[in-house]
Design a binder for this molecule. Sequence first.
Ligand SMILES: [Zn+2]
Length: 179
Amino acid sequence: MSSQRIRQYGDPVLNTKASDVTDIDGKFVKLCDDMFVAMYDAPGIGLAAPQVGVQKRFFVYDYDDEPGVLINPVITEADGEWAYEEACLSVPGLSFEIVRPKRIYVNGIDLDGNDVTLEADELFSRLIQHEIDHLDGVLLLEHLDDDQRREALIELNARKLAARAERAAQNAGSGLQLP
Ligand SMILES: [Zn+2]
């Protein structure tokens, strides 16, 4: 079990813009390790710091069995269009076809503090764009068209009501525990 709980839709940290990472120290490396555990547990192929409540600009990923950490990422070039069924660990169980640029170049820093430039296409490109959205406080719901958004909100509302009913049932249950 991971020590890092993945924050869910409705948590305000997911709508907050994160700030640049300034120190890559032991504590930071440990946090990245914990995030990898949470990501593999989920399971997912990417996890951004705000998803574990940390308002810093970095994410961990494992694409094609190549794990990495990208710190302070900036997309420098984007071209093409690609539609892909996209999902998010913070909005579990929902996925939507979303069109984004197909190919990107992104600059950033790796865990050793080296400047890196990645060229990413299709799924890897999608992963990076999705995680950078998290660093800007943007969830995939904000990329939906009107029909998709309606569908998502109905589902999310239904879940909220179900959770409330479950809590009420639990409270009723505990009321029977008389001494
Ligand atoms: Zn996500």
